[in-house]
Design a protein around this ligand. Structure first.
Ligand SMILES: Cc1cc2nc3c(=O)[nH]c(=O)nc-3n(C[C@H](O)[C@H](O)[C@H](O)COP(=O)(O)OP(=O)(O)OC[C@H]3O[C@@H](n4cnc5c(N)ncnc54)[C@H](O)[C@@H]3O)c2cc1C
Length: 435
């Protein structure tokens, strides 16, 4: 039996024999569930969708290894989570592409980041985390409709939309490869990318400004890669996408509930590398319940400074375009040459310093929109910005051909797992909308 919301709020602290209910069986929720169940607690995880990872559909994401000096896999092992449960592909080198189409190499002797797959495939991170939660003894309930009031941990991922990403997945004979592409036309305010792992490719564009006819950004991005990587030999079969929700919260532990992962706004405002923060916050919440830490303090000490730095970076990025993107790439390459390692530059971008503290202090909250959620929490959300005049263009003939190719594939069964600007579309109608 679930404890009622009011009783939960009154109780504030959890008795050591009380069952713990988690809303959301994504990365943050499963990380928390695993650690709690390993410690012998009764845990129930409720997810609105029919499986972990069903929010995604086989797209690749990168787990960054630059926001901390500790390798993330060592961190996971230290917490009792096993990264061997899912497929990871390490990258030391990537192409960095600046707006003038020059392709350079960023390189590190360390693992810069690892590509994982999201979705419901056996080797995806979502299924790997699910297996660990089950093995630890957690009870997972899918298509489960619970109220947030009745849960101790809220791990429901993004709610609002601050940015979106669209991608196409294809078969390819191209070797494993990652390209990170600064281009304000193809990816307004953000970046586009190519990832190839073991014969499967993903070309994706991220839009930090809301656009009409958003398909043209993906079509044009794919056309760009076809031109500059002629051996890609794309055979598309799927288009995917999703949204990001970037918020700063007044508090992360409210009325007896832990807000973890993206539902607590623990995301990277600059580029959307939220997985590491999501898993870390799940671990912090579990440790608090087990009496091994204080969630609010841990988030404020270890995660919030990174989130605020990313928000300051986002403020700066919103004010620039291709010229500044080019300068960033040049600075990066210069720093890499000097240090013989491209990773410290990215680490510098992600970690707090005086410039970003001042930027956050002066402008941070002004760029965000204050909201009071239905459950009374005060949050500041990064609004999905309006399109700029320079975002209005008509796709070229090569992009027309990419669109026509996709239309043809779709007619013969190619699937789109993302509609326009919200991935809520794949959640069944739900009565517990808290915002
Ligand atoms: C297209 C795209 C690309 C990305 N690329 C990267 C990347 O390369 N690197 C990176 O680090 N991050 C990336 N991210 C961000 C990353 O996916 C998220 O930060 C991370 O998944 C957040 O984890 P979470 O646990 O908060 O939410 P999720 O892992 O999304 O899990 C939330 C879970 O809650 C469930 N849920 C939602 N609503 C309810 C409800 N009402 N009741 C019950 N259950 C509910 C969902 O079904 C889902 O299973 C990307 C995001 C997108 C959209």
């Amino acid at each position: 039996m679930l404890q009622t919301g009011q009783a939960l709020a009154e109780a504030m602290t959890l008795a050591s024999d009380e069952a713990i209910h988690i809303m959301g069986a994504g990365l943050s929720g499963l990380a928390a569930a695993t650690i709690l169940a390993q410690a012998g607690r009764e845990v129930h995880v409720h997810d609105a969708r029919d499986d972990s990872g069903a929010r995604f559909d086989g797209d690749f994401q990168g787990i960054e290894n630059w926001s901390s000096d500790t390798d993330f896999l060592d961190q996971m092992r230290g917490w009792g989570l096993d990264p061997a449960e899912f497929k990871l592909t390490e990258f030391h080198e990537i192409d960095v592409i600046c707006p003038e189409d020059k392709i350079r190499k960023a390189w590190s002797p360390k693992v810069a980041f690892r590509v994982i797959e999201r979705g419901t495939a056996e080797h995806s991170i979502d299924q790997g985390m699910k297996r660990q939660a089950l093995a630890a003894g957690a009870n997972l309930h899918y298509k489960s409709r619970v109220k947030s009031d009745d849960c101790h941990i809220i791990a429901t991922g993004p709610k609002g939309t601050s940015a979106v990403a669209y991608g196409e997945i294809f078969h390819t004979t191209y070797p494993n490869h990652v390209a990170f592409h600064f281009n304000d036309k193809l990816a307004p305010g953000a970046y586009a990318y190519l990832i190839v792992v073991d014969g499967i490719g993903l070309i994706c564009t991220c839009l930090w400004r809301k656009q009409k006819k958003s398909d043209r950004f993906l079509n044009e991005t794919i056309a760009w890669y076809d031109k500059h990587y002629p051996d890609l030999d794309r055979k598309p079969f799927k288009r995917v996408g999703g949204k990001g929700d970037f918020t700063i919260n007044n508090r992360y532990f409210v009325d007896g509930r832990y807000y973890i992962g993206e539902s607590g706004g623990l995301q990277d405002f600059m580029w959307g590398f939220g997985m590491r923060y999501a898993i870390t916050s799940g671990v912090f919440a579990a440790h608090d319940i087990l009496g091994k830490g204080d969630y609010e303090k841990a988030v404020r000490k270890h995660l919030l400074p990174l989130v605020k730095t990313s928000a300051a970076n986002r403020f700066l990025m919103n004010r620039v375009g291709d010229r500044a993107f080019s300068k960033i790439v040049k600075m990066w390459m210069k720093d890499q040459k000097k240090k013989g390692d491209g990773l410290p530059f990215i680490a510098w971008m992600f970690r707090p310093d005086l410039l970003r503290r001042i930027t956050w202090g002066l402008f941070g909250k002004a760029m965000l929109k204050k909201e009071i959620t239905a459950d009374g929490r005060k949050i500041w959300r990064l609004p999905f910005r309006r399109a700029l005049k320079r975002d209005q263009w008509v796709q070229g003939v090569e992009a027309d051909a990419v669109a026509a190719q996709w239309d043809e594939i779709r007619r013969f069964g190619g699937n789109i797992s993302f509609t326009n600007d919200s991935d809520n579309a794949s959640i069944p109608t739900y009565s517990d909308d808290e915002e």
